[in-house]
Design a protein around this ligand. Sequence first.
Ligand SMILES: [Zn+2]
Length: 319
Amino acid sequence: MIPIIDGHTDYLLSLLETGRDFLTESDCGHVDLPRARRGHLAAMFSAVFIRDAYLPDQALLRTMRAVDRLLQTIAASGGAMQLVTTVSELEHCLRTGTFGAILHFEGAEAIDPEFAVLRLAYRLGLRSLGLTWSRPNIYAEGVGPDDRGRGLTDLGRALVRACNELGVLIDVSHLNDAGFWDVIERSTQPVVASHSNCRALCPVPRNLTDEQIRALAAKGGLLGINFHVGFLRPGAERPDEVSLGDVIAHIDHVAELVGIDYVAFGSDFDGATMPHDLPDAAAMPRLVEALSRHGYDDVAVRKICYENWLRVLRTVWRA
Ligand SMILES: [Zn+2]
């Protein structure tokens, strides 16, 4: 089976809020280690997300709790799970089936303006950062009701530079349009939209315009297709309103627009509502089979499943 890299999952939030154990199968949420294995998921970007209630004062503490939970889970896994901080560690996971966790912050609320937390988080394993979630902070504005249309602040531009220098991937999902274009202009490295779809097919602000998708591709980045029903089909709210075919339609659109090298997966497992025929991580092989049936050859399927993510991370990460 072809291994998969998933560009965005919220399981750390689910673990913190429900108290469930990632290492044992659960009927809660969309992913745990047994279901990830059945789904042939070799690695997942593991997001640290801070709810509004913890902002601003508790952002760093909540972040540390999530990172601690991840590291404790890995320590208890008996080698079944590992933190992925380098390309060779990621390749090891793809080869052996060890489950790799890539640490991602979904918003920079925990990061201080002197970037001390950024540098220390890098030492803890941080390798991917979204400047903001769907709300404003001192670095940028997110999409959503509070979007006043402003681009990155001076601090936001400095944060892009700091990430480029450290080798932290920059993720523009949740960023507003003005911030998106500032990142495209400023970043010296490829950037990704880890869990966003095509606005041409589903016109919501969390999805990207064709022009934005072209800009991501021109920088060597990618779009990770999000399985959230409301980002796949306009107005959809329930699992039965959306199917695997809608996921494939967004993949087709990116492939036709810029080529197969710039599309991958960013499921949003444990953070969104999944289509009825893709209810959790264990169902991923259905999507892979559907891609083959739809006409994507083995070379294309491998690119979508993991090679495109691997290419971006080889470029951006320092090791
Ligand atoms: Zn998100």
